[in-house]
Design a protein around this ligand. Structure first.
Ligand SMILES: Cc1cc2nc3c(=O)[nH]c(=O)nc-3n(C[C@H](O)[C@H](O)[C@H](O)COP(=O)(O)O)c2cc1C
Length: 309
């Protein structure tokens, strides 16, 4: 069985993963903690915490809450900032075999470009995941990822400053993901991550106020899986670049489902909050399913749900 996948098949530096299981940004920190207990090199790739130009302290607590079938978070992009990441985290990644992808987020086009430039040529960094789910403060506050032209502008800005393979992480907060997926592909992205969390809220009946300090937050976990599934199915049917699924993967069978919908790889996020070993157990389940079904490579089942023949 050969489960390797390539997230940048058309790019000069390919992004080869030994298997399709990745960690999801913000749910695995920068990997250093879990690496003490588990073999990170067994995974396909790891994705960093959302990284900004300057360090951010994040939002006030409470900033996570449990819901019936998932979780809400409004962490507010707490992170150490790109300089500290380059200085203290990347040298550790360099000693690992697993590709480390830096998730970046800017508040302006310029910031995206600066972040890309800072990460160019940094040993230990194998690729970028560009989070376009951030309000464009210079253009009325709609998220970059909600407007095809603005999402494309971010991709061009990053590409102008970077030779690294670029995944673009799309927002589910759109009526149709296809025009955004196509615009981002045309602008030069090597792969798409589909998708981020879904805006949502919970009320504490005791305090009669929203549970999260910020009011609303992002919903993730099993509740969002069918929504992510549809978006993976739709996006992968209109682009020729790999689609990475993100949203509610909890088991190896969820991975099978996402691949059948058209995903090349699958990120594991909220599952890690239930069981820090989830990425590894999901990988083992996926491998066992492939062995039992006689599936020898990911491409054999990728997108089969979309075929009409
Ligand atoms: C606590 C938490 C923090 C997150 N932080 C980020 C982030 O910094 N950048 C980002 O692009 N996505 C972030 N996400 C979104 C996840 O990477 C993932 O796309 C989403 O949670 C859906 O996948 P899941 O259901 O497997 O968790 C975060 C999610 C959670 C739960």
């Amino acid at each position: 069985m050969d489960l390797t996948v390539n997230l940048a098949p058309h790019h000069k530096t390919e992004l080869r993963l030994r298997n399709p299981i990745m960690t999801a940004s913000g749910t695995f920190s920068n990997g250093l903690e879990l690496a003490k207990y588990h073999d990170v090199d067994a995974l396909g790739a790891i994705v960093s915490k959302g990284t900004t130009l300057r360090p951010r302290r994040g939002n006030a607590t409470p900033r996570t809450a449990e819901t019936a079938a998932g979780m809400l978070n409004s962490i507010g992009f707490q992170n150490i900032g790109v300089s500290a990441l380059i200085k203290t985290i990347a040298p550790v990644w360099e000693r690992w075999d697993v590709p480390a992808i830096v998730n970046i987020m800017g508040e302006t086009l310029d910031e995206y470009g600066t972040l890309a430039a800072r990460l160019e040529g940094v040993p230990g960094v194998a690729g970028l995941e560009v989070n376009v789910s951030c309000p464009n403060v210079e253009a009325g506050g709609l998220e970059f990822g909600q407007v095809p032209e603005q999402a494309a502008a971010v991709v061009r800005e990053v590409a102008a400053h970077s030779t690294l393979p670029m995944l673009v992480k799309l927002t589910p907060s759109v009526s149709d993901i296809r025009p955004i997926a196509m615009a981002v592909e045309a602008a030069g992205a090597q792969a798409l991550t589909v998708t981020n969390t879904i805006p949502a809220m919970a009320i504490d009946v005791r305090t009669r106020r929203p549970v999260l300090s910020t009011g609303s937050g992002g919903l993730s976990g099993p509740a969002v899986k069918p929504i992510a599934m549809r978006n993976v199915y739709l996006a992968s049917s209109v682009v020729d670049i790999p689609v990475v699924a993100s949203g509610g993967a909890m088991t190896g069978l969820d991975v099978v489902e996402f691949v059948m919908a058209g995903a090349t790889a699958v990120q594991v996020g909220t599952a890690t909050f239930l069981d820090p070993a989830a990425p590894w157990s999901i990988l083992a389940e996926f491998e066992a399913w492939c062995a039992a079904e006689g599936v020898t490579c990911v491409d054999e089942i990728r997108g089969v749900a979309r075929r009409r023949d």
